[in-house]
Write a protein that binds this ligand. Structure first.
Ligand SMILES: Cc1cc2nc3c(=O)[nH]c(=O)nc-3n(C[C@H](O)[C@H](O)[C@H](O)COP(=O)(O)O)c2cc1C
Length: 371
């Protein structure tokens, strides 16, 4: 148990130590010979913060390590579950809402508070979730607990959308948010892999514990992936790489006074990174996973398009999704089909991007064992 100083004003130290049977500390300066600010986070299988105050949510979001609890949160590589409790005004404040969504993007589970009686005579959203609900959520997290089936594997993942400049300030881009790649990186780390994320433009921060290489254009992303090929056991091409780029980029900003009413951009095809990586490798290593975003309309058509793409590119697994049917880009959820060269197809129903990522890793593990 790691109370904050404020928590000790509500529940006294004697109660904490008597219930846990252990001494407690709130500060990194207590029992510092045991380096508790690092050890506790490293050794934990699950961290629960109950109740999580508005203040704790803010400190956790910004990586502030001002007491033992927030140090533990920064050193943890295990699942983290936060059960908020606060007045409705605090819960609904834009600052708290933004903090909660940033924490969730990082894979931290922030439960929705209950609605009901609060301190004083108030009532509304913000009440601590029912303890049974907290315990169930914790048990769920432990069940999906990181395994180590990817331990020792070096995995390179590309994510986000490339940007192709047509002058020093303007580019052609796409709607990829990078969320699926970030979910892949986070889940791979929790399954023991050593992950390099080649990140084009992304709306979400990279997860902790991942080496990040920032790139902008398709050509830079291609070079980064080519460099990683010989030092990776698995490559996942989840980035939305431009198929076309402006044939020429102006060396200085194109001005309206000079260019007039119309600017004509001639586009030229970029290189096919996935196909190139598949051709470059010797034998079947690294195992290569491709993504196909199609506007198929039906699951049968999606399967047909994806199977053709898999054969054309020569990769080991192809993850296909229908980007026409729903807003996949930027969404927290996705529904995919995972195809293998032997014709087998598994449909993963609409679920969170972490669950999709875990399903992809399950297939990667099978693929590595089979080859
Ligand atoms: C009686 C009382 C009740 C409080 N209840 C809450 C609460 O339910 N949720 C919350 O976020 N802050 C609440 N606060 C404010 C926090 O105690 C304060 O923000 C504190 O600095 C949080 O510290 P901690 O996050 O380190 O525990 C309360 C304060 C008092 C005095």
């Amino acid at each position: 148990m790691v109370p904050t100083d404020a928590a000790l004003r509500f529940v006294g130290e004697a109660t904490w130590t008597a219930l846990s049977g252990r001494p407690i500390a709130t500060s990194v300066w207590q029992q510092s010979h045991e380096v508790p600010h690092v050890r506790l986070g490293q050794q934990a299988d699950l961290i629960l913060v109950v109740p999580a105050t508005a203040d704790l949510l803010a400190r956790a979001t910004h990586g502030i390590a001002s007491d033992l609890l927030t140090n533990v949160l920064l050193t943890a590589r295990c699942p983290v579950l936060l059960a908020p409790a606060m007045h409705t005004e605090m819960w609904q404040h834009p600052a708290t809402a933004a903090n909660v969504s940033r924490l969730r993007e990082r894979g931290i589970v922030v439960l929705e508070p209950d609605t009901g009686r609060l301190t004083g005579t108030d009532s509304g959203p913000g009440r601590l979730p029912d303890p049974v609900q907290i315990v169930n959520a914790a048990a769920d997290l432990l069940r999906r607990r990181p395994s180590s089936d990817l331990a020792g594997l070096r995995i390179a993942i590309s994510g986000g959308g490339t940007r192709e400049s047509w002058d020093p300030v303007r580019y052609l881009g796409n709607r990829s948010s990078g969320r699926q790649a970030v979910a892949l990186a986070r889940t791979a780390v929790s399954r023991g892999a050593e992950v390099t994320l080649v990140a084009a433009a992304m709306d979400v921060p990279a997860p902790a514990g991942v080496r990040v290489l920032r790139v902008e254009a398709a050509a830079q992303l291609e070079q980064a992936m080519v460099d990683l090929l010989p030092v990776s056991e698995v490559i996942v091409m989840a980035a939305a790489v431009a198929d076309y780029r402006p044939e020429q980029a102006a060396p200085s900003k194109v001005k309206k006074e000079d260019a007039g009413d119309e600017v004509v951009l001639r586009l030229t095809q970029t290189s096919d990174v996935l196909a190139r990586l598949c051709r470059m490798r010797a034998g079947r290593r690294p195992l290569i996973v491709g993504f196909a975003a199609e506007t198929a309309g039906s699951s049968r058509e999606l399967q047909r398009l994806a199977a053709a793409k898999l054969a054309r590119k020569g990769c080991d697994l192809l993850v296909a999704n229908d980007v026409g049917a729903d807003a996949v880009f930027g969404s927290q959820e996705n529904a995919v089909m995972i195809l293998a060269p032997d014709g087998s197809t598994v449909e993963v129903p609409r679920s969170g991007k972490d669950a999709i990522a875990d399903a992809i890793w399950d297939h990667v593990v099978l693929g590595l064992a089979g080859a």
